[in-house]
Design a protein around this ligand. Sequence first.
Ligand code: UDP
Ligand code: UDP
Length: 465
Amino acid sequence: MATPVLHLALIPGAGMGHLRPFLRYARLLVHHQYCRVTLITSHPTLTLEESELISSFCSALPQVNHIQFHLPPVDAATAKVTDPFWLQFEAIRLSDHLLSPLLSSISPPLSAVISDMILTFCLLPITESLCLPNYILFTTSARMLSFLSCFPAVHGSKSSASSASFDGEVLEIPGILPIPKSSISPFLLDPNSRFANIFMEDSLKVPKLNGFLVNTFKELEGQTMEALNGGKVVKGLPPIFSVGPLLPCEFERKDQLGTTLKWLDGQPEGSVVYVCFGSKAAMKRDQIRELGDGLMRSGSRFLWVLKDKPVDRDEEEELDEVVGDDLKESMKKQGLVVSKWVDQGDILGHKAVGGFISHCGWNSITEAAYNGVPILAWPQHGDQKLNSEIVVMSGLGIWMKSWGWGGKALVKGEEIGEAIKEMMGDESLRLKAAEVKEAARKAIGVGGNSEVTFKTLIDEWKKNN
Ligand code: UDP
Ligand code: UDP
């Protein structure tokens, strides 16, 4: 085997949705004969799920050098954020004094750093001073990257680099489909929110980075990728590479007994609606009950991953307390409700699954695309409405826009049931989703766009070495 000539440091942000694509990409790199990988993670992680995943990754790939840095404490009141994930991001952003000595002393010296966007604020000055190429593995869509890149324009700044501007209630960004104001997180529209401040700081740094790796592919976001790389969105952006879909790996598996898969084995092909709102979106009790009612009314079988807490779920919690006694009893005949972590990749790849009610976190969308599973989009917060637009544009799914952001208005079971019937009964949606699946597989197959990009990046890093 050839001696590695490249040494890459991967530095993920916080939360499973950020960590997983990094570990998936790290695995691809490790298996390349020229690459040595150092994984740098912050400690402690916010959730137990993250620390378990890191341990399992390190056991599966012992050749990876794992370094941890200890996060400084952050006070929620000073940071002006309450969301635990954003508080964790704040702590990471204050870690430059830890990252600087760490990166300069790594041996053998690094060829490049691949980091989460969240770290740019503290990391870029360090990589610049060390003359280290700094790439971002962007954990959400290219559409979100377009939005982030021209963020100053969202707040009225007239710059020569971007001609993005609001036309009434719509944000017009050259080269990409307009973004309705209603799809933008209210926090990002409020110039005084910490979320908006962070976006502003980061968007100004985008042109200084060496490149962006986006977990996407042509069929999902070809037009947006072209606009970004053609200088339409913002002039002077670094190259943007599509590297997706990044697939779930063996080390991510948690359900050793295969409980959910065994249940799915007993269901007819394409009959089950899978319901999961990602690793952190938690629904309020009244909405949970309406969703349960909607699933029952739809007449479809269902596999529902129930979560009512943003950080680690409490498996002790009794299901009947969350969904109510009556509903729990009647649901048993039609579906399976679980409150623990499931192996989503395996579930979406199971032939019994015919539809997916999703919050449209970007990883979930790419995983559904890879498996050709139609989506009923129900965005809850953050980037999820922009992502839902991609679901609709690509033909992968449907979105009831009138439902609004999660938690704002109570969506009744009747409406939910009708939407599920629409998704499960739409033959053309199924066919389109199958086309997206083919395109996803082509992108990462030999000679596909993402596979070629992988080699291009290795060559680029070798040149800089
Ligand atoms: N996931 C999983 N099991 C669960 C919940 C989530 O495997 O019970 C995975 C899912 O497959 C995806 C990730 O966790 O890879 C969630 O990322 P996404 O971007 O979809 O949403 P987020 O959690 O960041 O909101
Ligand atoms: N983001 C960014 N810079 C930041 C913070 C966030 O570019 O400093 C991006 C990041 O990729 C994140 C996305 O904005 O995933 C949407 O933010 P959200 O609150 O939805 O976070 P997520 O659910 O992805 O953790």
